[in-house]
Design a protein. Structure first.
Length: 203
């Protein structure tokens, strides 16, 4: 079990400046990979209603089943705090069959390209999602200090999940509601909405 604290930032002009700042901080590049994620829940959404997220994350290297439990707290205002329980899975398809046969269903799917950097006890993720670029800082240290050193305004940080950002963005753009967000579904919106990747979900 691990306690995860994280904040997110919308990135409008790409990651190049962020990468330079990370290098100047002495951060170490860890990896870059494509992720496919499946979230499971019961038909009545009881896991979501209890603040639980059961997610299967797959890359070209690993499959990891994770249970995340949100922790309401006033100690780290503006940060998302959760307990994480992770298990490495050998057979992805057998796990999906097992979970769906005991009453769970695939609630949503989402994809992203993640680039990970590390500095001290903090992980910085440069995430390319179907609807834009975001930076996520997670760790046990002073997240605000890291954000400031990266040239980010902590007042513009968000503790929303990517699922919540996706829903809010679709509403703002007048798109039909859709819980899942995968790259192919956003292709037509990128073509018909010039500058969609520069859209700031907070406005």
């Amino acid at each position: 079990m691990a306690i995860e604290r994280e904040v997110k930032f919308f990135v409008k002009n790409g990651f190049e400046d962020i990468r330079n700042r990370l290098k100047n901080l002495g951060a170490v590049f860890i990896d870059r990979y494509f992720e496919q994620n499946i979230v499971f829940d019961y038909p009545d959404k009881r896991l979501k209603n209890q603040g639980l997220l059961l997610r299967l994350r797959s890359t070209n290297k690993t499959h990891i089943l994770c249970l995340k439990k949100s922790i309401p707290t006033q100690d780290f205002r503006g940060e998302k705090v959760a307990q994480e329980f992770e298990t490495i899975i050998d057979n992805r398809e057998n796990l999906i069959i097992t979970l769906t046969n005991i009453g769970l269903e695939i609630s949503l799917r989402y994809e992203k390209i993640r680039e990970k950097w590390g500095v001290d006890d903090t992980i910085i993720c440069l995430d390319t999602l179907p609807f834009g670029d975001y930076l996520e800082i997670e760790g046990t240290g002073d997240l605000k200090k890291i954000a400031t050193e990266l040239g980010l305004d902590y007042g513009e940080s968000s503790n929303m999940t990517y699922h919540e950002i996706n829903a809010q963005m679709r509403k703002k753009l007048g798109l039909p509601p859709m819980d899942s967000f995968v790259f192919k579904d956003w292709t037509k919106y990128k073509k018909s909405n010039k500058g969609v990747l520069d859209y700031d979900y907070r406005k």
